[in-house]
Design a protein around this ligand. Structure first.
Ligand SMILES: Nc1ncnc2c1ncn2[C@@H]1O[C@H](COP(=O)(O)OP(=O)(O)O)[C@@H](O)[C@H]1O
Ligand SMILES: [Mg+2]
Length: 388
């Protein structure tokens, strides 16, 4: 399953915006403060709402500082915030549509309320059925019901539990290699699903040895295409502390090579390894990745889409990844599916978001890379001014 369409109204710095026809690998490109993370946050919001443990609409709004922080500052008369998402199966056939609107009610208690919640299911032959349509009659007599969504309630989402699980399983990652390397010493609170990678070693430790070995092997094979002298990526527990570690052997002038543990890996290496691990984790919910190019040199960044696609396919993962990036080099990979390129353009009235145009698509199909076919157009219209 993956998200194929996302439509936003009054969400953060998007007064309106829609992207569609999204494949399993999506690259969101835009200058600083364009709204790349805000776009991912719409999907994180659906995740936070759908979680039946420690989640729900009120909690998801509160975590973000209230409706006032979420609602687009450029919103005018219509102040409702709306997110719509389509979900397709692995053969790109539409199966679910979820629509969620909310706002502060104009009078009475000022707690946020659902203004719209609709779930539509689609059959392979295109027939559709609306499984949920709110507000409905019960809410006319009891407004309090509008404080909660049905997707967050196990007792109410039975007919679309798959969809609730799909959203609530989304993983957001903005890896901070220092936290990963020194998590033990730093300690501290781990938020949400550990977006900064503090407990990454534990994550690896918790998998069964057989699965762990297979995943590490795939990572090693992929890494070796860019770091040829890398030899042996292994997981071990420290003899003294018992803490889990990763170890790599590098070919060396000495016969046994040089061994390094994760706290000696470069930040970039650690970041790639973590991404490649996450890509193989079970589940079919989206993986939301922030700027994987950080601390990597351009030649390696250019290889990332290829390596990620290869590990994803070898591990037979149907997991969608949605990546934010600043990097032209990342898009210089010619294997990128044009449907997966999303461009965000800032303006005085909020950012706009678009997919690849027909002309750009033809150029891509003719063999140009995204960096060649799309970036010059984005630059011409000033879309990447801040970036360059
Ligand atoms: N409700 C809102 N209305 C308008 N702009 C917002 C809102 N919330 C955040 N922003 C703006 O969005 C920008 C940050 O977007 P972000 O997604 O972090 O950018 P990027 O990830 O592309 O660097 C900031 O300039 C911030 O002020
Ligand atoms: Mg960002």
């Amino acid at each position: 399953m993956h998200i194929s369409r996302l439509k936003l109204k009054n969400w953060r710095n998007f007064k309106s915006g829609e992207i569609q026809d999204l494949p399993e690998s999506v690259y969101i490109l835009g200058p600083n403060a364009a709204g790349k993370s805000n776009l991912l946050d719409a999907i994180r919001f659906l995740r936070d709402v759908s979680k039946h443990r420690g989640g729900g609409l009120q909690d998801a709004i509160e975590r973000r500082g209230g409706v006032g922080k979420i609602r687009c500052l450029h919103a005018r008369a219509d102040t409702e915030i709306l997110i719509e998402a389509d979900v397709v199966d692995d053969s790109d056939t539409l199966i679910w549509r979820y629509e969620l609107g909310f706002n502060i009610p104009p009078k009475g208690k000022r707690d946020p309320q659902v203004t719209k919640e609709r779930v539509t299911s689609f059959q392979p032959d295109g027939a559709s059925a609306v499984l949920l349509e709110r507000p409905g009659p019960p809410e006319k007599s009891d407004e309090l019901l509008l404080r909660e969504t049905h997707i967050e309630q196990i007792s109410a989402n039975a007919k679309f539990r798959d969809l609730a699980d799909f959203f609530s399983g989304a993983t957001y990652v903005h890896l901070v290699p220092q936290l990963l390397k020194f998590g033990d010493q730093i300690g501290g609170r781990v938020i949400d699903d550990d977006p900064f990678g503090q407990e990454f070693m534990l994550r690896i430790a918790r998998t069964t040895p057989r699965i762990r070995e297979a995943r590490l092997k795939r990572i090693e094979t992929a890494l070796r295409t860019i770091v040829p002298h890398l030899e042996d990526l292994r997981f071990l527990n420290d003899d003294i502390t018992g803490h889990p570690h990763l170890e790599i052997r590098f070919k060396h002038h000495r016969p046994r090579g040089a061994r390094q543990r994760e706290d000696q890996f470069s930040d970039g290496t650690l970041r790639i390894m973590s991404i490649l691990w996450l890509l193989q984790e079970r589940g079919n919910s989206p993986l939301l990745l922030e700027e994987p190019e950080l601390s990597l040199n351009e030649e390696i960044v250019a290889q990332l889409p290829r390596i990620m696609a290869s590990v994803k396919s070898k591990s037979r993962s149907g997991r969608q990844y949605i990546i934010t990036t600043h990097s032209e080099a990342l898009l210089s990979n010619s294997g990128i599916d044009p449907r997966g390129i999303v461009i965000i353009t800032p303006s005085d009235d909020g950012s706009s978001v678009r997919g690849v145009s027909e002309d750009e698509k033809s150029a891509l199909c003719a063999g140009l890379s995204a960096a060649e076919a799309v970036l010059p157009n984005a630059r011409k219209t000033g879309q990447l001014d801040l970036l360059l």
